[in-house]
Design a protein around this ligand. Structure first.
Ligand code: CTP
Length: 424
């Protein structure tokens, strides 16, 4: 398995990361423990994708190692003695997870003799996919040596997501979601047998064994990853969506619209408003669901429920109004004002109509910024006593302004007089 050396790739890492890995190796040498960095870090290093989430496995006493390591780095340490794990938090806030490789004995079936595998082997074998099961040794003499017991490198080259053992999805059904997340992120294929095991686990109702929170976390991870429309497509193809809730129907149109969201958000870039892409995606996914109450909590805990319901409930009437022949600017303003930026981006993305998009942009660019000059002080000077009438006057002036009837403060004051807004 030691067929590949990653030294040159390690040497190209940011110096602080490289020196951290070297320190880990030195401390391992001092304590006479084998030290490995494992999992996603190794996968992404080989793929040249930046990932500085460092998971360390120690063949030896992980906690003793972590304490030495922490001393060297001047960090803060949390230890979990019963698990043999620790987290070292650096001054920069980054966390490094350290685990003790569990010594397990691997028993070959039938007549073959018992073979004791090294603990790093056992530690890697418990994991999810071959591409996530590689380790790099950090001890000085073997710095950068790749341990690839399960064909991870080959699967990386062939772009395959493959489990290590048949019961993987039964033991840990979150791996169904993880397989889809990695496949979508890197545009990898899920290997045939792995695919069958996913389907088998779903048909055996394994997803239902996960808590609502776990399922939500996994869905959120897929939808917040790089290519959410691909994740959604796989979730649908594998029957995960249908298994989660049969009211939730994702068709090709929705998948395409989810794909378009990135482009739509770009159109709003110049407004410098923070947009939650995730919220727009969820609105798009839920856009044709009838029974929202049942489905929303797959994506959000209680927050945002009202906003989602309102945005979707008003969708058709807003589209109809935007297309009406007699739509004037003030009506456009009243239709869209008060909507969250995510609702606006959602309508923009979902409507598929250039006129509607134009109107939404007109609102964003111009109408929402229009304000009036006249203040409460001005109205007091006109001897109007404060009360609900103020708001009525402001609204009328704003309307006139949006419609282009007034411009300056002088215009506004004249407008008050001319239209008998004083309530006298
Ligand atoms: N892992 C696993 N089964 C899980 C979760 C995690 O086997 N259900 C293992 C994998 O080997 C994974 C490692 O634990 O590489 C770390 O998990 P995590 O940080 O969730 O995954 P990453 O692979 O680092 O993914 P990401 O790039 O999304 O951070």
């Amino acid at each position: 398995p030691e067929k590949y050396n990653c030294v040159s790739k390690l040497n190209k890492l940011p110096p602080n990361i490289l020196s951290l890995l070297k320190s880990a190796g030195e401390i391992g040498d001092k304590l006479n423990y084998k030290v490995f960095v494992v999992g996603g870090f190794v996968r992404d290093l080989i793929l040249n994708r930046p990932n500085f989430d460092i998971d360390i496995v120690i063949e030896g006493d992980g906690i003793e190692f972590a304490e030495e390591f922490n001393k060297r780095l001047n960090g803060t340490i949390n230890t979990y003695a019963s698990f043999g794990t620790a987290t070292v938090i650096l001054e920069t806030g980054e966390a490094i997870d350290i685990v003790t490789a569990r010594r397990e004995y691997y028993e070959h079936p039938a007549a073959l003799p018992k073979i004791e595998k090294s603990s790093i082997w056992s530690d890697l074998f418990r994991r999810d996919f071959t591409i996530n099961c590689m380790a790099l040794q950090l001890n000085e003499k073997k710095f950068g040596t790749l341990l690839d017991y399960f064909g991870g490198l080959e699967d990386l080259e062939n772009k395959k997501i493959r489990i290590l053992y048949n019961l993987s999805f039964i033991e840990d059904p979150t791996r169904i979601f993880r397989a889809i997340r990695f496949a979508a992120r890197m545009n990898f294929a899920i290997e045939e047998e792995t695919k069958e095991f996913i389907c088998k686990a779903i048909s055996e109702n394994m997803i239902k064994k996960l808590s609502e929170d776990r399922i939500r976390e996994e869905l959120v991870s897929i939808l917040k990853d790089s290519y959410p429309h691909l994740g959604l497509k796989l979730l649908t193809e594998y029957g995960v969506i249908n298994n989660l809730n049969s009211d939730l129907i994702i068709d090709a149109d929705i998948i395409e619209k989810v794909q378009n969201i990135t482009k739509s958000i770009k159109e709003f870039d110049s407004f410098n408003i923070e947009i939650s892409k995730y919220k727009v995606i969820v609105l798009q996914i839920l856009s044709s669901v009838n029974n929202l109450d049942e489905v929303m909590n797959l994506f959000f805990t209680t927050s945002h429920f009202e906003e989602i319901k309102n945005t979707l409930a008003h969708k058709n009437s807003i589209y109809e109004a935007l297309l009406a022949e007699n739509l004037d600017k003030y009506h456009l303003f009243t239709l869209l004002k008060g909507l969250s930026i995510e609702s606006l981006v959602f309508y923009y993305n979902d409507c598929n109509d250039e006129y509607m998009r134009h109107y939404i942009m007109l609102y964003m660019l111009i109408l929402r910024n229009i304000s009036i000059h006249v203040t409460g002080e001005d109205l007091k000077k006109l001897n109007i006593s404060p009360g609900p009438i103020y708001k009525k006057i402001f609204d009328e002036i704003l309307k006139a302004k949006i419609l282009g009837l007034v411009y300056s403060k002088e215009d506004e004051l004249k407008f008050i007089e001319k239209n008998n807004l004083l309530g006298k």
